[in-house]
Design a protein around this ligand. Structure first.
Ligand SMILES: NC(=O)c1ccc[n+]([C@@H]2O[C@H](COP(=O)([O-])OP(=O)(O)OC[C@H]3O[C@@H](n4cnc5c(N)ncnc54)[C@H](O)[C@@H]3O)[C@@H](O)[C@H]2O)c1
Ligand SMILES: N[C@H](CO)Cc1c[nH]c[nH+]1
Ligand SMILES: [Zn+2]
Length: 436
């Protein structure tokens, strides 16, 4: 963990290196991923099953690659009803929030006699990648599938790896609750390839969404263009802005909630109170060893954690805007100036009792958010990832005569005579300025 004070003369250099360390790090797996994708594209199921046997130690056939309704029933029956209730509460809240995001079509008629509009339609088929290599994420199933369902996607296919045949039943319950239509027990780059190119067992989709490890992220990058993808989610991040009135243990837990995700996760405290900074770092040291994922959280806090002391809050806003964190917590007596001034963050949590973890599960907005400073230009997953826009134009009789001559002039200036004549031909006798 590094500690910086914005009053120090070498602060700018220390902060710059904190910002630049967020550029996407990690393994270059482009060559093996290209090989996997080429194999799946050429050999379909045969390559998909061979690679699944190699990486997940699961031996599939066309009859077993897709989970049957009976298998899903059996798995769901093993789940504690209280847990199913929690899942249902989360699903209900996430679904309700995403319903509110649904945009309206636009239609207008102008003075020239043209009607203009834009309509939203859902994608036909989407593929959800649900990670399953090292941990299970039922909450991510809800966050990926519910916006697709709310948007009206007709076919939602999900791929999840089952290393050594293991699959968390709650992942299946979440998929069922969220309205996933097909579940395939395959993962990694080979699953992304199957969704993108299609195999005999897995029909292709139009867009692939969902987080995953370096192989999954690289595969999504490489199939982009053939299919659409959402953003590439990197390691988790949180910036907590907290004044000295907060409970240091609460802030320590908020920092560690991010750190326990991944050795590469980043948790940053920004405070105006040096004594509070000491109290939080002490609390982190005390709480950390009590966590089951202490080794991961410790590596994250040690290598990527930071505490920044600012002389006054207004000095913090530009720093946070440069960090553009995935998550931002505002634990301040008056959070409004920060809320107004900080524009680059994937999701903002306002209040002393509004931890980011509430947003991971039950608040309602999506937890798939831009990381690695991409909140400068990107947004979290939403219904918009599953919708597309089509604009339309309708001309009333005579309308083309009002705007057509300008189109003819511009087309002629561009040297595109067929364009000019296609408009001019409709302008009527005596109003056709283009000589055939
Ligand atoms: N941002 C979010 O919302 C969010 C949510 C959940 C998880 N995540 C992240 O997703 C990631 C999940 O990673 P994971 O590994 O647990 O599961 P994963 O499902 O992404 O990856 C497992 C697959 O990786 C492939 N693989 C593993 N080693 C390979 C190798 N050497 N060569 C080729 N392929 C190989 C295998 O096919 C395996 O099935 C984590 O980094 C986690 O933090 C992010
Ligand atoms: N915080 C993660 C996204 O950065 C999402 C998640 C899933 N489960 C718990 N948390
Ligand atoms: Zn989380």
């Amino acid at each position: 963990m590094i500690r910086l004070s914005s009053a120090d003369p070498d602060f700018a250099a220390g902060f710059d290196s904190l910002v630049s360390s967020r550029a996407e790090a990690g393994l270059d797996v482009s060559a093996p991923v290209a090989e996997i994708l080429a194999a799946v594209r050429a050999d379909g199921d045969e390559a998909l099953f061979r690679l699944t046997a190699r990486f997940d130690r699961v031996f599939l056939t066309p009859d077993t690659v897709r989970l049957s309704a009976a298998e899903i029933d059996r798995a769901c029956a093993t789940i504690d009803p209280a847990l199913l209730e929690a899942l249902d509460l989360a699903a209900h809240r996430i679904e309700r929030f995403h319903r509110l995001q649904m945009p309206s079509d636009l239609a207008t008629a102008d003075e020239a006699g043209l009607s203009l509009g834009m309509r939203w339609t859902p994608l036909d088929a989407v593929g959800l990648y649900v990670p399953g290599g090292k941990a299970a994420y039922p909450s991510s199933v809800l966050m990926n599938a519910l916006p697709a369902r709310v948007a009206g996607v007709s076919r939602i296919a999900m791929c999840v790896p089952t290393p050594d045949g293991q699959l968390d039943p709650l992942v299946l319950a979440a998929a069922r609750r969220a309205g996933v239509h097909e579940i395939y027990r395959v993962g990694g780059a080979q699953a992304v390839g199957a969704l993108a190119f299609g195999t005999r067992s897995i029909p292709p989709v139009d867009r692939i969404v969902g987080p995953g490890n370096a192989y999954v992220a690289e595969a999504k990058r490489q199939v982009f263009g053939h299919v659409g993808i959402d953003s590439i989610a990197g390691p988790s991040e949180v910036v907590v802005l907290a004044d000295g009135i907060n409970d240091p243990d609460h802030v320590a837990l908020d920092l560690l909630a991010q750190a326990e995700h991944d050795e590469m996760a980043q948790s940053i405290l920004v405070t105006n109170d040096p004594a509070f900074a000491d109290a939080v770092t002490g609390a982190v040291a005390r709480v950390l060893p009590t966590l089951p994922r202490a080794a991961i959280a410790d590596a994250s806090w040690r290598d990527h954690g930071a505490v920044i002391v600012v002389p006054d809050w207004s000095a913090a806003w530009p720093l946070v805007n440069r960090l553009a964190p995935e998550h931002l917590q505002l634990m301040l007596a008056d959070p409004e100036p920060a809320f107004a001034a900080i524009r680059h963050a994937g999701a903002i949590f306002i209040g002393r009792d509004c931890p980011e973890a509430i947003g991971d599960y039950v608040a309602g907005p999506n937890h798939v958010l831009p990381t690695s400073r991409t909140a400068r230009f990107a947004s979290g997953l939403s219904v918009f990832d599953f919708l597309k826009r089509t604009t339309w134009v309708r001309t009333a009789p005579g309308a083309i005569a009002r705007v057509g001559p300008a189109a003819v002039a511009l087309a002629t200036a561009e040297g595109l005579q067929a364009h000019a004549r296609s408009v001019a031909a409709r302008l009527g006798p005596g109003r056709n300025p283009v000589t055939p």
